[in-house]
Each structure stands twice: as structure tokens, then as C-alpha cells.
Design a protein around this ligand. Structure first.
Ligand code: G6P
Length: 607
């Protein structure tokens, strides 16, 4: 949520920062800003509401020959997305420029104090108070001033600060919001997500909570929360340049949808073979797995729905309670937790504030935390006791696609491996599962092909009042995700619901102008689902169905997309693919911004 880039060195500062922001724009895009420091110290700033393109239009007005700079793309928390509220923020003398991701929870109190002390605040943004506090604390050393102010702040921050009197210096600090330093040769970089700087350097230091970094052209000095010098861990990150390019596609979303067979195959690499299933990353927590008496899965958004896909399978196989909870609820109302709890946190970014909050609660209660995560090096990977990476590659489109199907698959693999380790799956059962799992990439390709029916179906129903997505069993997660995709991409109201609940209210909505989208899989509850769909048809509602191995049962469908037959847990995962395409086609018809839907951000690093 929100993107930060910083640079000190001899390249053109504005060009370097704007190029970095372009790679981060998907993380927040309601306004953007940049501040650059000239050799003589003067700080020049430009800020624009709206997309990055608006800022790019004025960045040429900045003076050439700058030595350092910081830039930001914003997702508004405090204050509307206006030019004024965009970051950076400055003190009233133009000495200090500051960018902040996160929320300063005690900003109102600090604002009152500053106003009483004679300061003039010019924006509605919580961040601005930090600039004024640093101004008061400044005695010739910007690092000392920032370090003195941090203990006064409550909340979360990734913070970058420059001072007019020290033009060759940027101070960076973090608490519960990601920030990384890129180490170069005679140049240094900062980014909230290393993707913004990896084309320049792959030597990355991920700041830890409480850390502070002092960047100067010749090198970076790191300090811990107590102000002691730190020897940083420099990680070498592989740069997947292709992932950040559209490569001929109109949208990242469409490209990432098409990448699903490859991503699903990568998720199984070294974990599933014709001989069985073994996730080596789980070995590190073997005693905790054996001791687990309950499994709690926490996640947000699409990751939450992806986790639901495998939850009842896990429960059935392990004969243990398995609960999936939205992380924002879990963190403030956790279930009973102990050293006998295994908490599985599922996240694409590994930076979602609520998911991290839930993990900290779990750890403080003695639970073991397993992370299923896409972004290597993210905060979640550092906080968990064990990590299983999705291997889906960078996902740029805000709406999750390949990360969703990979999360559903890896959660399923973990469930199967836990059952195998617990002796609850026979060798023959494991082999059956493996054989079918290995066909998933081919099934995903077939589902992509079958999705070519969706542009016509979308045209037929575009203009409907709303859509109700239904299923039963494992397919329910898919229905929920399908509804979410349609809402977030095409801004059309949609609801996902267990088909058996239709008769308790939602059926009132149905009619010729309110279709049902059904995920219909070969499962023990198929006849029940079919009855619910016949009830919908009896109310004149069209039924758009994604069908897996349903054969003669399909007469209820007004429009059908047929995907390969498979076990219902696996088919549920594959059935997501046509629903992604449905939302994509509806969004095209709606003229919506597909890769950056309004009001959303790829990675939600605030509560
Ligand atoms: C945001 C994204 C969603 C994502 C959710 C959880 O809302 O727009 O696509 O599912 O965050 O993100 P995570 O990175 O934890 O999977």
C-alpha cells in the first residue's frame, strides 16, 4: 500500500525515482509526489493528485543536477487524495521533506501540540506532523533528529527523510511497514518493495522493525531500535524483469491469468512427483506439526478465499479442527491458542498488515506459524517459523489471479503433506493424489481455452442489476472469489453465497435481470446444488455455469463453460480461471482500469 522510492547517486535523480515509482504504482495510485535535493541543499518538490502520469507531466520542471531524492505513490488513509495531501510533506520552512507509509495513530494529539507550539500545518495528513517534530528536534544531524522523534510516534511507519542542510543524506526508518535499502556502488537506493530498484542493484537489506538506516552516497550505516550500530544482512535477490513487463498483453491481469499453468507447475516443483508429496520446508517444524491439535488459517481478501478451498479437505484428512479466519478479525478476537496450535498465514505479498498482526498474536500465544507466501524476503517470511513459497513470480495486477490459484494449490499440498506425515494417508492414496495434482497445469491450460467463451457471455449479461455466485462444498470458495473479482474489477455488485442459503433471502433478488453464476463440480452435494439451480431457473434467473465433470446434470445452465473433470477440491481451483476471465471481460465492457481498480491497492500495509 503506497510505494516509496529513494535514491542518492550520480544518475539523474528524478528519472531514476519516477522509473521506480512506475514499478510500484500498482501498490497505490491516487496521488504521487517527488522531492529532490540540489548540491547546494535546496529541496524542490512536485506533487499531483491522480495517476503517476500526472506527476510525470510536471517532473521536468524540477532542477537538473540533484544529488538525492525521495518519491511516493499514495493510497489515501488520512486526507483526501489531493495535490496538497500527496507526499512528500515538508515543515513550514521547506527544510525537511518526508514520505511515510503507514498510519500515525496519535497524530491528532501531536497536531494539537504542534499548533500550540506555533507551527503551521498545511495538509490533513498524519505524516505532516513528523516533519514538524523533526524540525523541532533538528540540531545539525538529521539522523539524530529522526531518532529522537520516533519514540513519540504510535502506529506504523516506513519513513524516509531529507534535510536541506544535509543534501547528500537520506534517513530511513521502519516499524510494521516494509522498507528495503538497495546497496549500490557509489549510489544507494530505497524502496518499500525491492521490485522498484532491482534493475539497479540486487543487494538488498530489508530493514527490521525499529531499524534506522543512514544513506549517504558512499555507503549506508544501519542502527537498531536502541541506536546501536548494526551489521546488516545483505540478501541477493533475483530480478525477474519479464514479470514487470506486459510483454504484448494489454493488461498485466490477462498476462498473469495466462501464466497460471506455469505458476501451478512451479508450485509443485520439488514437492510433488509421481512417487508422492513432500514439502521439505515443513521439516523445520516437524515436532510442532506432530503436536498440533488445531489448525488456524489466517488471510485477507483473495488469499482468504484461496485458503477456504482446501480447509475442509485438511479437516477431513487430519481429523483436526481447521478454521479459516479473516486476519483482521483474528487479530483482535483470536480463538484459544497454545503451543498445540498451528497457525498458517496465507499471503501473496507477505506484507498485509492484518495478516502480520494475526501472526504476532499467534506467536505471542506460543503457536507455531507457517507462512504460505509469494514474495520472498517479505515481512511474513521473516516472522514465520517455516515458510512455503508459492513460486508464482511477481504479480503486478492488483486483482489476484495466479497468486490465488497458487495459494489454493499450495494450501492443498500442505494439507496433504501434513496428512501424509501424520500417517493419515496411505501410500496408495498419496500416489493417487500426486497423479491428479500433476495434471493441474494441463487442466489450467484447458480452462484458459474454455474461457474464450466468456467475452460473448459477458456481452450478453452486461447491464444486469447484479450477480449471485453460488456453489456448495469446495466450490463455494470459488464462488466467493468469483464475486469478489467481479466487484473489484467491473464495479458490479455481486455476492457469493452457499447455494443452500439462497432460499433464506437472496433468492428474492433473482430474475431475468439478476443472473446466477454457478460453480458446479462433481461432488457428493451435486444433486443438492442442481436443485438450488433449478429453483433459480424457476424464478427466471439465467444460470451461467462453470461445469466440471457434470455431464447430464447440466440442463439447468443457460450458458456453460466446461472445464476438465477432477476431484472437487482440484476442480474448485481450476474453476476460478473462467470466473477471472468473466470479471476481466465485464471490466473491459465497463471501461474500468483493469490493473489498478479504483480505491484498491495491491498490498494493504495498513489496518
Ligand atoms: C489486497 C489485494 C488482494 C489480496 C489482499 C490480500 O486487497 O488487492 O488481491 O488478496 O490484499 O493480500 P495478500 O498479499 O496478503 O495476499
Amino acid at each position: 500500500m503506497c510505494g516509496i522510492v529513494g535514491y542518492i547517486g550520480s544518475r539523474d535523480v528524478s528519472t531514476t525515482l519516477i522509473a521506480g515509482l512506475r514499478l510500484l504504482e500498482y501498490r497505490g495510485y491516487d496521488s504521487a509526489g517527488i522531492a529532490v535535493a540540489a548540491t547546494g541543499g535546496e529541496i524542490s518538490m512536485r506533487k499531483r493528485a491522480g495517476r503517476l502520469a500526472n506527476l510525470e507531466g510536471v517532473v521536468g520542471e524540477l532542477p537538473a543536477g540533484s544529488v538525492a531524492g525521495i518519491a511516493h505513490t499514495r493510497w489515501a488513509t488520512h486526507g483526501a487524495p489531493t495535490d496538497l495531501n500527496a507526499h512528500p510533506h515538508m515543515d513550514e520552512h521547506g527544510d525537511i521533506a518526508i514520505i511515510h507509509n503507514g498510519i500515525i495513530e496519535n497524530f491528532a494529539e501531536l497536531q494539537r501540540e504542534l499548533l500550540a507550539g506555533g507551527h503551521t500545518l498545511s495538509s490533513d495528513v498524519d505524516t505532516e506532523v513528523i516533519a514538524h517534530l523533526v524540525e523541532d528536534a533538528y540540531q545539525g544531524d538529521i539522523r539524530a533528529a529522526v531518532a529522537a522523534v520516533l519514540p513519540r510516534l504510535r502506529g506504523q511507519w516506513a519513513l524516509v527523510v531529507m534535510h536541506r542542510k544535509e543534501p547528500g543524506r537520506i534517513i530511513a526508518a521502519r516499524r510494521e511497514a516494509p522498507l528495503a535499502v538497495g546497496i549500490g556502488d557509489g549510489e544507494q537506493f530505497l524502496a518499500s518493495d525491492p521490485v522498484a530498484i532491482l534493475e539497479h542493484t540486487n543487494k538488498i537489506v530489508f530493514l527490521r522493525d525499529g531499524d534506522l538506516a543512514d544513506l549517504q552516497r558512499g555507503g549506508v550505516t544501519f542502527y537498531d531500535a536502541a541506536g546501536e550500530l548494526l551489521t546488516p544482512t545483505i540478501e541477493t535477490i533475483t530480478w525477474d524483469g519479464a514479470a514487470a513487463r506486459k510483454e504484448g498483453y494489454d493488461h498485466f491481469m490477462r498476462k498473469e491469468m495466462d501464466e497460471q499453468p506455469r505458476a501451478l507447475s512451479a508450485a509443485m516443483m520439488g514437492r510433488v512427483s509421481s512417487n508422492g508429496i513432500a514439502i521439505g520446508e515443513l521439516d523445520a517444524i516437524t515436532p510442532a506439526l506432530a503436536a498440533a491439535r488445531a489448525i488456524e488459517i489466517v488471510a485477507c481478501g483473495s488469499a482468504y478465499y484461496a485458503s477456504l478451498t482446501a480447509a475442509s479437505l485438511a479437516e477431513r484428512l487430519l481429523q483436526l479442527p481447521v478454521r479459516v479466519t479473516v486476519a483482521s478479525e483474528f487479530r483482535y478476537d483470536p480463538p484459544p491458542l497454545s503451543s498445540a496450535s498451528l497457525v498458517i498465514a496465507v499471503s501473496q505479498s507477505g506484507e498485509t498488515a492484518d495478516t502480520l498482526g494475526a501472526v504476532r498474536i499467534a506467536k505471542s500465544a506460543g503457536a507455531t506459524v507457517l507462512a504460505i507466501v509469494n514474495a520472498a524476503g517479505s515481512s511474513l517470511t521473516r516472522e514465520a517459523d517455516a515458510v512455503v513459497l508459492l513460486q508464482a513470480g511477481t504479480e503486478i495486477s492488483v486483482a489476484a489471479t495466479k497468486s490465488y490459484t497458487s495459494q489454493a494449490l499450495v494450501t492443498m499440498l500442505v494439507s496433504l503433506d501434513l496428512a501424509r506425515r501424520a500417517g493419515k494417508l496411505s501410500a496408495a492414496e498419496v500416489r493417487d493424489w500426486s497423479a491428479e495434482l500433476l495434471t493441474i497445469p494441463a487442466m489450467a491450460s484447458a480452462a484458459l481455452d474454455a474461457s474464450d467463451a466468456l467475452p460473448d457471455i459477458a456481452r450478453k449479461y452486461f447491464g444486469a442489476k447484479g450477480f449471485t455466485f453460488v456453489s456448495r462444498g469446495a466450490g463455494l470458495a470459488t464462488a466467493l472469489e468469483g464475486a469478489l473479482k467481479l466487484k473489484e474489477l467491473a464495479y458490479i455488485h455481486a455476492e457469493g453465497i452457499a447455494a443452500g442459503e439462497m432460499k433464506h433471502g437472496p433468492i428474492s433478488l433473482l430474475g431475468a435481470d439478476h443472473p446466477v453464476v454457478a460453480v458446479v463440480l462433481q461432488s457428493p452435494v451435486l444433486p443438492k446444488l442442481v436443485s438450488n439451480l433449478m429453483e433459480s431457473r424457476a424464478r427466471s434467473a439465467p444460470v451461467i455455469a462453470v461445469l466440471s465433470g457434470v455431464g447430464e446434470w447440466a440442463s439447468f445452465a443457460t450458458d456453460a463453460v466446461v472445464i476438465p473433470a477432477a476431484r472437487h477440491e482440484i476442480a474448485a481451483l481450476i474453476a476460478t480461471i473462467p470466473l477471472q476471465r468473466f470479471a476481466y471481460e465485464m471490466a473491459l465492457l465497463a471501461g474500468a482500469d483493469i490493473d489498478q481498480p479504483k480505491n484498491l491497492a495491491k498490498s494493504v500495509t495498513v489496518e
